[in-house]
Design a protein around this ligand. Structure first.
Ligand code: TTP
Length: 393
C-alpha cells in the first residue's frame, strides 16, 4: 500500500527552530522527525512513499532521495499550505489503489500503523484525558462512526491521530469545501469515507504530535529511549559511558567525560574533556560539548557548540549555535509552576516543571549569559557578556 506522508508545513509554532529548517526535518535522535513517520510506514508494510512537500522542499528531497528504507519515494508539491485535504490532493496523481495518509510531524508506534495498514479503511485513534482540543472520533464497537473537531461535548476520549487508510475511491473525494478556519480539511474526506465504508478505529498505543519546541524534546526522549548501546567512535579509556549510549563512528569522547544514557553522540561531534551528559540527550553531527559543561535532556543540533563551563538543561539549540563560556540555562521555576513559553505570540504552559531555552540557528551568547526558563532566542541573535535574558530576544 502507498503511504502519503504530509510534510509541506513550515511549523510556525516551532519558530525559531523552523526558521530555516522545516519542522519535519528537525532532528529526532538519528533521523529527522518525518523520517520516523516514514520508517513506521515502511515497517508497517507500505511499499511506496509519497511525500507531500512545500516549505523548504529541497531539504526533504535531499534527505530521502528516490528510495528510502528499501522502498521507492515519490514527491508532490503543495505550493501553499491550504489544509490537509489540499495536501493529499497534491498527491492525487500518484494514488493508485487504497492508500494510507500520515502526518509527517507525528510519531506513531509501528505496531499500530501495521494494524491500521492491514485492516481496510481505518483511522488511528489515541486515548486522551481531555479530548476537547482534538479532532474526536466517535465509535460503535470497532467501527468509527464520525469525526468532530474540538467539540465542547466530546463523544469519546479518542483523539484523531492524523493516520488513515482510505479506499482508492477517496481519491475522487478530495475536493472538499473550505472549512470555517479557511482550510481544506482531510476530516471532511474521512466523514465521507465513514458514510460509505466500514471504517475501523485503530487504537494507537503511543502517539506524539510534534508541534511546539518542548514536543521536539519529548520526541527525542521517545526515540533516544529506544537506542541500544553501540560505541564506535573514539572514546577515551578515562571516559565513563553508562547505559544506552551510542557514540557514532567519527565522534570523539575525551578523558573525564561521564555520559548517562540514553544519549546519542553523532559523527563529527566532540565531547569533553570533563563533561557530563545525562538524560535523553542528542549531540548531533559536528556539535561540541567542551570542558566542564553539563548537558541534560537536550538537543544540540548539528554544529552547535557549548565550549566551556556551562549548563544546558531541557533545551533545544539550533544549528551552529555558540554558547560563550559560562552561559547557563535555568530550567526550573522556584515557584514550582510549569515553565511557560511563547508560541506565536501567546504565553502557553509547556506542562513541564523543567524546561530550559529554545535557541535559533547561529545564535551567539556572550560569556556568563544567564538564560531564564522558557525563553527563546531568535535565529542569529546575540547576547552581551553577563547578560540576563528573561524575555525572548
Ligand atoms: P499542522 O501541524 O496543522 O501545520 P504545521 O506543521 O505547518 O505547523 P504549524 O501549525 O506550527 O504552522 O499540520 C499537520 C501536518 O500536516 C503536518 O505534518 C504538516 C502537514 N500539512 C501539510 O502538508 N499541508 C497543509 O496544508 C497543512 C495544513 C498541513
Amino acid at each position: 500500500m502507498q503511504a502519503i506522508v504530509l510534510a509541506a508545513g513550515e511549523g510556525t509554532r516551532m519558530r525559531p527552530l523552523s526558521a530555516s529548517c522545516p519542522k519535519p526535518m528537525l532532528p529526532v535522535a538519528e533521523e529527522p522527525l518525518v523520517a520516523h513517520t516514514a520508517r513506521a510506514a515502511v515497517e508497517a508494510g507500505a511499499d511506496e512513499l509519497v511525500l507531500v512537500v512545500g516549505y523548504e522542499a529541497d531539504t526533504v528531497r535531499e534527505y530521502f532521495g528516490a528510495e528510502y528504507a528499501g522502498i521507492p519515494v515519490k514527491y508532490s508539491v503543495q505550493e501553499e499550505q491550504r489544509g490537509t485535504a489540499d495536501a493529499v490532493r497534491a498527491a492525487r496523481e500518484h494514488i493508485d489503489g487504497p492508500f494510507a495518509v500520515l502526518n509527517g510531524d507525528n510519531l506513531y508506534d509501528t505496531a499500530a500503523v501495521k494494524r491500521l495498514l492491514s485492516n481496510g479503511p481505518g483511522v488511528g485513534t489515541y486515548h486522551v484525558e481531555d479530548p476537547s482540543n482534538y479532532g474526536v472520533i466517535s465509535t460503535d464497537g470497532p467501527r468509527a462512526t464520525g469525526i468532530v473537531e474540538k467539540p465542547d461535548d466530546p463523544p469519546t476520549n479518542l483523539a484523531n491521530t492524523g493516520a488513515y487508510v482510505f479506499p482508492e475511491e477517496a481519491r475522487d473525494w478530495l475536493d472538499v469545501g473550505e472549512s470555517e478556519r479557511g482550510e481544506f480539511e482531510i476530516t471532511d474526506v474521512v466523514e465521507r469515507v465513514i458514510e460509505e465504508y466500514d471504517v475501523t478505529a485503530v487504537e494507537v498505543e503511543r502517539w506524539l504530535d510534534v508541534g511546539r519546541p518542548w514536543e521536539l524534546l519529548e520526541a527525542n526522549e521517545w526515540k533516544l529511549d529506544e537506542l541500544e548501546r553501540d560505541v564506535r567512535g573514539d572514546v577515551s579509556e578515562r571516559a565513563t559511558l553508562d547505559g544506552n549510549v551510542v557514540v557514532e563512528e567519527g565522534a570523539t569522547v575525551k578523558s573525564g567525560v561521564v555520559i548517562e544514557g540514553p544519549a546519542l553522540i553523532r559523527s563529527g561531534a566532540s565531547v569533553g574533556p570533563n563533561a557530563y551528559i545525562r538524560g535523553a540527550t542528542l549531540v548531533d553531527e559536528n556539535a561540541k560539548v567542551g570542558h566542564s559543561v553539563e548537558v541534560k535532556n537536550s538537543v544540540l543540533s548539528p554544529g552547535a557548540t557549548v565550549g566551556h563551563l556551562s549548563y544546558v538543561g531541557d533545551s533545544v539549540l539550533g544549528r551552529d549555535v555558540n554558547f560563550g563560556a559560562g552561559t547557563n540555562v535555568a530550567n526550573l521555576r522556584h515557584d514550582g509552576e510549569s515553565v511557560k513559553h511563547t508560541v506565536k505570540g501567546d504565553r502557553v504552559s509547556t506542562g513541564r516543571r523543567k524546561f530550559g531555552v529554545v535557541v535559533g540557528d547561529d545564535v551567539k551568547t556572550g560569556i556568563n549569559t544567564s538564560l531564564y526558563p522558557g525563553v527563546s532566542l531568535s535565529e542569529g541573535s546575540m547576547t552581551h557578556p553577563n547578560e540576563e535574558v528573561s524575555r525572548d530576544k
